[in-house]
Design a binder for this molecule. Structure first.
Ligand code: FMN
Length: 197
């Protein structure tokens, strides 16, 4: 394979979708796992999250708004994600700004999750120190009793959408002379440039 300017689509999201499908088809384990980097006043920080699809040209994921990442993003909305699919030897880097998804979208996704995951999200004050695992398990049991039917959407939980400022595609090539194409958003579309490997 080769990543050629002449064959690359004008829209990077078209290329992203193509590579994502290729990773799925190649049997990549958890192709939706993505590292998310944030930077707030506490310094830079990176962790894995699950990419949950595109929404109006933005990359979505879900988390706790009061977690370390949530507090970082409230202070500085800039963020970056990186996918790597060893099955296809493709890397995709995305940098841009994040916004919260509407409560309606968060609720719809929350409702689609298994009850156990809903209770865990409600019980967990993500990223806070907790005395023991037992504390968490007791809280889950309490909430299960309190909400025998529907589990309410936690006030501090929901989706984010990362709108790309630039997206870079990296493809492994022989002798480490790898291909890199970067798309940068312009006023009316995207500018594509090749970067040295
Ligand atoms: C493969 C993988 C997927 C994960 N997906 C999510 C996710 O979608 N949302 C989330 O909040 N945490 C997810 N986590 C946990 C985060 O990596 C992290 O531990 C948690 O969000 C707290 O991060 P923070 O303290 O920086 O906010 C995932 C972890 C792994 C290893």
């Amino acid at each position: 394979m080769a990543l050629l300017e002449s064959k690359a689509p004008a829209d990077p999201l078209t290329l992203f979708r193509r590579w994502y499908r290729q990773a799925q088809a190649a049997g990549a384990p958890q192709p939706e796992a993505v590292a998310l980097a944030t930077a707030g006043s506490a310094g830079p920080s990176v962790r894995m999250v699950l990419f949950k699809g595109m929404e109006a040209g933005s990359f979505t994921f879900y988390s706790n708004y009061d977690s370390r990442k949530g507090r970082d993003l409230a202070e500085d909305g800039r963020a970056a994600i990186v996918f790597y699919w060893p099955a296809t030897r493709h890397q995709v880097r995305v940098s841009g700004t994040v916004r919260r998804l509407a409560g309606k979208a968060s609720l719809a996704y929350f409702r689609s999750r298994p009850r156990g995951a809903q209770l865990s999200a409600l019980a967990s004050r993500q990223s806070r120190v907790v005395g023991s695992r037992d504390v968490l398990e007791r809280e889950v049991a309490n909430l299960a009793g309190k909400y025998p039917a529907d589990v309410p959407l936690p006030a501090d939980w929901g989706g984010y959408a990362l709108r790309p400022r630039w997206i870079e595609f990296w493809e492994n090539r022989e002798d480490r002379l790898h291909d890199r194409l970067r798309y940068t958003r312009t006023r009316d579309g995207w500018r594509m440039e090749r970067l040295s490997p």
